[in-house]
Design a protein around this ligand. Structure first.
Ligand SMILES: [Zn+2]
Length: 281
């Protein structure tokens, strides 16, 4: 669940996310090791946050976190309404559960965010990783790439192969926010050192009430994020059509079938020789 409140008459916005269910769904699909689950949980939370803010039905984004860490590249996609999906190159990297997120992601590399608003050119923003902890990497990205200095605090608590609590608090002052108001927000942001624990204790609404309730706030409608893939047999068929009949039949000849797996949801699409012949007819 994503809760959002406008502060100071529109000069800042706070978003509080509880993404526990989302992270558990991703863990079921990808069988992440605990350490990768913590990193991917944070990345999925940010994907839900950013795609939850979309205003157009056809808006979508891709986030690529390419660090030199254990998980390899992480790729995440978000569609309007916080429909998200993602994968890591090495989902089972390091079974040691005490490996910090920065080691899973890697301290060096870049964060690339492509936002497609259905216009001619998608918006393409890039920044280098600050420390591979994801929180600071996104905060830095918002500052340098979107000119929106933000406080980002994320937390994912994994216990016994399950996500106990996951979520985040993101505070974004708008350009017209005063120095004084920014200092107030920075002071509040210092409270979020262990977001999953604070979420566990207070809940998403509780965090808004407790830390921001004394301001005049205007709460926006809740958003319900969801793990949702957009793959289909038809999409794979179109891919095979661009491959060409000869190529496709060659593979069937060699392998006995064509099997295409979706990296985002692990669905396997199988095509027999008859399928391929029918497709190209
Ligand atoms: Zn899929």
């Amino acid at each position: 669940m994503i809760k959002r409140a406008i502060l100071f008459g529109g000069k800042a916005i706070v978003s509080v996310l509880d993404t526990t269910t989302l992270v558990n769904t991703a863990m079921d699909i990808h069988e992440f090791s605990p350490s990768v689950a913590r990193a991917m949980g944070k990345a999925l939370t940010m994907t839900a946050f950013m795609s939850g803010n979309f205003k157009g039905l056809n808006n979508k984004l891709t986030i690529i976190i390419e660090g030199n860490g254990l998980s390899g590249k992480m790729v995440l996609c978000g569609d309007y309404g916080a429909k998200v999906r993602g994968y890591a190159e090495n989902p089972q990297a390091s079974m040691d559960k005490d490996v910090p997120v920065s080691q899973v992601v890697g301290k060096e590399g870049y964060l690339n965010i492509i936002k497609d608003f259905g216009l001619k050119e998608p918006y393409n923003g890039m920044s280098h990783l600050v420390n591979g902890n994801i929180d600071e990497d996104f905060a830095y990205y918002f500052t340098v790439s979107e000119q929106l200095p933000s406080a980002v605090a994320l937390g994912v608590d994994i216990e016994d192969g399950k996500c106990k609590k996951a979520g985040g608090v993101i505070i974004q002052p708008m350009p017209n926010c005063s120095e004084e108001e920014i200092v107030i927000l920075q002071d509040i942001a210092r409270n979020f050192t262990d977001v999953s624990k604070t979420l566990e204790e207070k809940g998403a609404q509780g965090i808004i009430d407790y830390y921001f309730g004394h301001f005049e706030i205007k709460q926006l409608p809740d958003i319900y994020e969801e793990y949702k893939c957009n793959c289909s047999r038809e999409r794979i068929e179109n891919m095979l059509l661009t491959l060409g009949k000869k190529e496709a039949l060659d593979i069937v000849e060699k392998e006995g079938k064509i099997e295409v797996g979706c990296e985002f949801c692990n669905t396997k699409y199988v095509f027999t020789k008859e399928d391929i012949e029918r497709l190209f007819r």
